[in-house]
Write a protein that binds this ligand. Structure first.
Ligand code: AMP
Length: 582
């Protein structure tokens, strides 16, 4: 095998490195994290710090630390780190070299070839500057591809059929949207627009301001040390993560500062609703950019067949909601949005090495799961039951999502939680998987918060929990095999069932053989088998197992022409069918 080519996503906030291995891209990790913060710093002893270590030092020694250097690539501006000037490409080279080392460590070999991604809007000068950074880092051969192209590759791999898609990329500090045409194995960025000063950091900042307001309200004007400010910024980001999956988040920081010699602790709850009100103007801005990109591609919303989500901030539910409202299609988010571009770069590297490539394989749920709630129309004072999806189809599993619901009456004693699978807006049009009641609620006015959590594990088991927020009282049910995935056993049974139903075996169909073995089964046995089949859907698991076994046994007995076995199995099946019908 030739020398390995690596794929690098050189990002504004985070960078990643990936290789192509066993037909799949693998994003390389260090200390269990694939993200390499795009920070470079000099510590007080003059030692170079990169990645996480540099990011940690930033709040305390900002003058010794460089971040977001990607924004300055090709600008001619210089950055200062610990009193010395550097060209942006020199800082980028340090990041690239660190990633190169990560790959070399993993592979146990020297690496000199890389695919490096750049934003679609990068000018020739910016591209050249990136290429030079790669050369400084020690790469002899560099291929550059556009980030949306990499994202499209990660989702689609090899693609033959033509389609027009949109790549919506909202990272930590930048936002890009690209219209991409895929046809005959060629991926072309038709138009691109964005804002390289808009991203998840701004969302964090909104929460930080909210926290400052809350402190001010309680303690008046206050002064924070740089460490204190950094702790609030970190806590804000953590709260943001929590709000992507939960309706509330706690922000707790002890000994934040002292006021008149007394330590001040922070404890604040923020709801998703409040958070969404804060960030909605920012998301509106991204929707505006979508329209600008569409306009320059001479297309409209309805020309876009798919929307791919890229960048960590697209995990924000409101972002997905706005896009879905705009396009009336659910955006695709199954490929990890932080690692998508690096994975695509590795796929391109694999292609350059002549490897056979496919799209990134991810374990996803094929179904949407949700619950129902009453919608009150104040104008006509009527209630309608509406479906509220919590886990959307194509979400990577495991996945856990929570929503808050409210009691309708004062002193309401109980609530019923129904669990559905499906996409229909009328709950009962979906498949009902189960329901449970949580009773003995506290005697409080209407509007008491009930937090409902849906958790789907890797075995396809759905756990649904409802919790009364004011007391923590909760109840749970688990639904087995919610994703309907077949175990090996199920698979064998299903195969047996097909054999029995179609009289088909070893790939040779009855038609090919010119006879229909099912016809040899006496009519009364056929009738019995049909009855048993019909009972399968509603049968308890144990009965179901027995039914399937007997159906298979009858089918075996016919094939083996074993009349004793057949008589016994038919008798047993008659008995269980009789028992179930009565
Ligand atoms: P990227 O530049 O693609 O690595 O994206 C980084 C940004 O994504 C940062 O602002 C993160 O705080 C943000 N991010 C990562 N995970 C989540 C999440 N679960 N919910 C909201 N934002 C997130």
């Amino acid at each position: 095998m030739g020398e390995q080519i690596i794929g690098i996503d050189l990002g504004t906030t985070n960078s990643e490195v990936a290789i192509f291995e066993d037909g799949q891209p693998v994003v390389l990790k260090h200390n269990n994290s694939a993200l390499f913060p795009s920070y470079v710093a000099m510590d007080q002893g003059g030692k170079l710090l990169v990645g996480e270590a540099a990011r940690n030092q930033y709040p305390v020694y900002p003058e010794r630390t460089v971040k977001s250097v990607k924004r300055l690539m090709g600008s001619g501006e210089k950055v200062t780190m610990a009193g010395r000037e550097y060209a942006p490409r020199e800082i980028s080279a340090i990041i690239l070299k660190s990633l190169k080392q990560r790959a070399e460590h993993y592979l146990g070999a020297v690496v000199t070839k890389a695919v490096i991604t750049v934003p679609a809007y990068f000018s020739d000068v910016q591209r050249l500057s990136t290429k030079e950074a790669g050369e400084i880092a020690g790469f002899a051969e560099i291929k550059m591809i556009n980030e949306p192209t990499a994202a499209a590759l990660a989702y689609e791999g090899k693609h033959d059929e033509g389609k027009t898609i949109m790549v919506y990329d909202l990272g930590g500090g930048t936002f890009d949207v690209s219209v991409v045409r895929m046809e005959d194995g060629v991926i072309e960025v038709i138009a691109s627009h964005g804002n390289n000063r808009l991203g998840g950091d701004d969302f964090d900042q909104m929460i930080v301001e909210h926290v400052y307001d809350a402190i001010r309200e309680e303690h008046g004007e206050f002064a924070l040390s740089p460490e204190g400010a950094a702790r609030i910024t970190r806590a804000a980001e953590q709260a943001k993560f929590a709000l992507s999956d939960n309706p509330f988040a706690e922000i707790k920081e002890e000994y934040l500062f002292e006021q008149k010699g007394v330590p001040v602790h922070l404890s604040l709850e923020i709801s998703r609703k409040t958070y969404e009100e804060m960030i909605s103007p920012l998301i509106d801005e991204t929707i505006g950019a979508i329209h600008t990109a569409l306009k320059s591609a001479d297309l409209t919303v309805s020309d876009i067949e798919e929307i791919l989500l890229v960048g960590g901030s697209t995990r924000t539910p409101l972002v997905q909601q706005y896009i879905e409202d705009e396009f009336s299609v659910q955006p695709r988010s199954e490929v990890n949005p932080d690692l998508c571009v690096a994975s695509g770069a590795a796929i391109q590297a694999g292609m350059l090495s002549g490897e056979d490539v496919a799209a990134v394989l991810v374990d996803i749920t094929p179904y949407t799961f949700g619950t129902s709630t009453l919608h009150i129309d104040d104008n006509i004072m009527s209630f309608t039951e509406i479906y509220v999806p919590l886990i959307r189809k194509n979400s990577p599993i495991p996945v856990k999502k929570s929503e808050v619901f409210y009691t309708l009456h004062d002193n309401q004693e109980s609530v019923k939680i129904k669990v559905f699978q499906g996409e229909e807006s009328v709950p009962e049009d979906n498949i009902k998987l189960g329901e449970f009641v949580i009773s003995g609620l506290s005697r409080v006015p209407e509007g008491s918060e009930i937090v409902t959590t849906f958790e789907l594990d890797t075995n396809g088991i759905l756990h649904v929990t409802a919790t009364e927020k004011c007391t923590g009282k909760s109840k749970q049910i688990s639904i087995d095999n919610a994703t309907g995935r077949f175990t090996e056993e199920d698979m064998d049974r299903a195969k047996g069932k097909i054999v029995q139903l179609f009289g088909e075996e070893d790939g040779v169909t009855a038609e090919q053989e010119g006879k229909d073995p099912a016809r040899n089964i006496p009519a009364d046995v056929q009738k019995l088998l049909k009855k048993a089949e019909n009972l399968l859907d509603d049968a308890e698991p144990e009965d179901k197992e027995e039914l399937i076994e007997l159906i298979e046994e009858i089918s075996d007995a016919f094939r083996e022409k074993d009349s004793d076995k057949l008589a016994q199995a038919v008798d047993d099946l008659k008995e269980i069918v009789f028992y179930m019908e009565s």
